[in-house]
Design a protein around this ligand. Structure first.
Ligand code: TXA
Ligand code: MG
Length: 327
């Protein structure tokens, strides 16, 4: 059991020392908060699995400061270099052949490793201070909604880790796009704010494993993810939302409707606007889900488009709702 400390810039040096000593530390990134440990140290990696209750067959992303550092942990191909040049530092993870220094514990036994160069200024300072590559999943308990603020991390990790670096609210709000360049054609494994539409502009051949312009399953995708602590259902007509809301009220439950942009026709029912477009909704969604699970018994959320940034948020929401859409 740790006494978990939350702090800002003044603790970056301490955070680096802790990482070099084999400890684990939560830190901000532009996407979501990460829970990091020395990527070269198997025992630090095991501490992360333990703190998160994460199944051991779900690999971690390794965070580095630049493409040169990336090449020390993975074989950075020309294509990878091109991707890093265009999109990094930023919210993209590139899966490449791993180098021997990365233990199989970090990659769940795979010969590949996901490498990311984050853009968040405090994250970059932290990585410099660590002087080692940092393996980090999102800093939530396994299955829970990813954290986009230090207080979200505290909710899940209090007592489980020594330190949370507070870098404010995450700007992007959903996890990085994961693209594999270790497959035959560049393959998107997890959509993000760098959308598949943007990646097709760089690699016209970008595909999923079936050869479609869709997303292929990554090892983490078989798990229940993003599950709020209260049931969550999805609607695609106001009528269905109103009906579900009224049924929940009749059962003495306290529901809330999450909707995109403005709304009409819901009368006095409790409604929260998730944001005006995909980018805004991405930034708000995980915080909103955490807010709703504390203040309501049921969440009724609007179905979003399957494309672009909205499509990347939908990828998470479908999981929050267990794939169910209201009739
Ligand atoms: O934005 C992010 O990516 C955040 C921040 C902290 O950087 N991290 C994050 O990590 O979301 P995590 O562990 O929650 O998600 C990593 C995803 C998982 O779905 C995992 O299966 C996939 O990336 N992944 C990691 N390494 C992989 C590999 N070698 N091959 C295929 N998929 C991989
Ligand atoms: Mg995660």
């Amino acid at each position: 059991m740790y006494q978990t400390i939350i702090g800002g810039r003044e603790l970056i040096k301490n955070a680096g020392e802790l990482i070099r000593k084999g400890e684990i530390v939560a830190f901000p990134t532009e996407t979501v908060y990460g829970l990091g440990g020395n990527a070269l140290d198997e025992s630090a990696i095991n501490k992360i699995y333990e703190a998160k209750n994460r199944p051991k067959d779900n690999p971690f992303i390794v965070h580095v400061t630049d493409a040169e550092a990336a090449d020390k942990v993975a074989v950075v191909t020309q294509e990878a270099e091109k991707l890093f040049k265009i999109f990094s530092p930023g919210p993209i993870t590139v899966v490449l052949r791993k180098r021997d220094c990365i233990p199989y514990a970090a990659t769940a036994g795979l010969g590949t490793v996901g490498v990311r160069i984050p853009s968040h200024p405090m994250c970059r300072e932290f990585l410099k201070e660590c002087k080692v590559p940092v393996a980090a999943p999102s800093a939530n308990l396994s299955k829970r909604v990813s954290p986009t603020s230090a207080s979200h991390v505290y909710e899940d990790m209090n007592g489980r880790i020594p330190l949370i670096l507070d870098g404010g609210d995450s700007e992007v709000g959903i996890e990085s796009t994961v693209i594999s360049l270790a497959a035959e054609v560049p393959t998107v494994l997890r959509p993000g704010i760098i959308t598949i539409e943007k990646l097709v502009e760089v690699f016209p051949e970008v595909r999923n494993h079936k050869g479609e312009i869709k997303v292929a399953p990554s090892p983490g995708m078989k798990y229940t993810h993003y599950a709020p602590l209260v049931p969550c259902v999805m609607f695609d007509s106001i009528l269905a939302a109103a009906k579900a809301y009224d049924n929940f009220v009749a059962e003495n439950l306290k529901p809330v409707i999450l909707i995109k942009g403005s709304w009409e026709g819901l009368g006095e029912r409790e409604v929260i606007n998730m944001g005006a477009d995909g980018k805004e909704i991405a930034k708000n969604i995980f915080g909103l889900l955490r807010y709703c699970e504390k203040n309501y018994d049921r969440i009724i959320v609007e179905k979003l488009s399957d494309c672009g940034e909205e499509g990347s948020v939908m990828n998470r929401l479908v999981k929050s709702c267990g794939g169910k859409i209201l009739p």
